[in-house]
Design a protein around this ligand. Structure first.
Ligand code: SF4
Length: 140
């Protein structure tokens, strides 16, 4: 199955997946967004089709476990990002989020941004990263 960033899957339909019963194993059956896996923690309004952002939990970034946030369209809406930052802060959990850009119909790519605790900020500065924005989640 061919998927490309910035473009909806060819099988998507108004009613959802048009080949749901026969959808492929990867990524369709194995991928689980954090709204499903951490269902008790995330409210209904953060369901990706409502919030516009797909959270992915427990991903590795060097020695860190991070939360990724992928926008369904161009960017993660500020109030959605704010909710995840409030969730991440007491857990000292870095949040890496992405922004897509287009020129007309041409997909131009994705930039990576990060928010996290002070130790994570220090690590970002030591390591190669595509992150183009970083602010500490804490004031220390
Ligand atoms: S489940 Fe898979 S095949 Fe179906 S719409 Fe989503 S990405 Fe496409």
């Amino acid at each position: 199955m061919k998927l490309s960033p910035g473009h909806a899957c060819q099988h998507i339909s108004a009613a959802g997946c048009g080949i749901y019963e026969t959808r492929p194993e990867k990524p369709c059956r194995t991928f689980k967004c954090a709204w499903l896996t951490e269902g008790d923690e995330f409210p209904e309004e953060l369901r990706p089709d409502i919030s516009g952002a797909i959270p992915v939990h427990d991903r590795d970034w060097y020695d860190w476990k991070v939360l990724w946030l992928y926008p369904r369209v161009a960017v993660v809406e500020p109030e959605v990002l704010a909710w995840f930052v409030d969730y991440a802060k007491p857990r000292q959990l870095p949040v890496i989020f992405y922004e897509h850009s287009w020129e007309g119909d041409d997909y131009k790519g994705m930039s990576e941004k990060a928010l996290g605790p002070a130790k994570f900020a220090a690590d970002v500065q030591k390591r190669p990263s595509d992150s183009d924005v970083f602010r500490s989640l804490t004031s220390d």
